[in-house]
Design a protein around this ligand. Sequence first.
Ligand code: 5RP
Length: 227
Amino acid sequence: MADLEAEKALAALRAVDEVESGMLVGLGTGSTAVYAIRELGRRVARGLTITAVATSNASDALARQVGMNVLSFEDVAEVDVTIDGADEITPGLTAIKGGGGALLREKVVAAASRRVIIIVDSSKPVATLGKFKLPLEVIPFAISWVKSAVACLGVTPEVRVRNGVPFRTDQANFILDLPFESIADPQRLALALDAIPGVVEHGLFLNEIDAAVIARGSEVEVINRQT
Ligand code: 5RP
C-alpha cells in the first residue's frame, strides 16, 4: 500500500527545489502544501531569502510560524512561483481543487503567478475529472438560489458541513460540493458555473497550472505544460 504522506513530502521537496533566493512564493493550502511550507521554512532557516503570500489563513499562520516573511496579498500583483496541492489532476494539467475550502484565494494567487506547480501523491492523478466532488464557493445570500441553479446542470449540490454547521471559507462564504462523478466537458461546465450569480468561484483549474509533480512510491514524475 502506498505511503501517501511520504509521497506528499517527496513531491513537495522536488517542487521546493525550484525556489531561489529573491523569489516571491505563493503558498498553497492543504496537507501536501504543508510539506512544502515546512521545507521552505527549513531552507529559510539555512539562508534562503524569500518572501511569501499565502492562499489561506492556515497557510499564512504556518508560514509565519516556520520563520517566513509573509506579505499581505492585497499589496502583491505578481508572484514568481506558487506551490499548491490538488484533489484531482489530469495528464493535461487540469485539476479540481478546493477540498480544503481555499479555492478562491488559490485561484487568485495562481492567476497572479508566473509559474504554478501542483504537488500530489499517487492517489490524485485521474484520466477524467469529477470523481472528487467539485467545490463551489457561494455567497451566503445566494445559497438557495445557487443550489437550484446548479441542480439544473444535473447534479444535486451538497452544502459542505464541518462540526455540524455549514463550513465557512476564509471569506465567510459557503461551499457547495457537486458530485458529478465524471465531468465530460470541464470547459463548458466552468462557463456554466461562472454564469451563475452568487457563485464566487469553482474548483476547476483548467488553464492555471504549469507543472505537476507526482510522487509514486520513491519515484517522482514531473509533467510540464506544453507551450
Ligand atoms: C485546498 C486545496 C488543496 O490543495 C486540495 O484540497 C488538496 O489537499 P491535500 O493536499 O490535503 O490533499 O485545494 O483548497
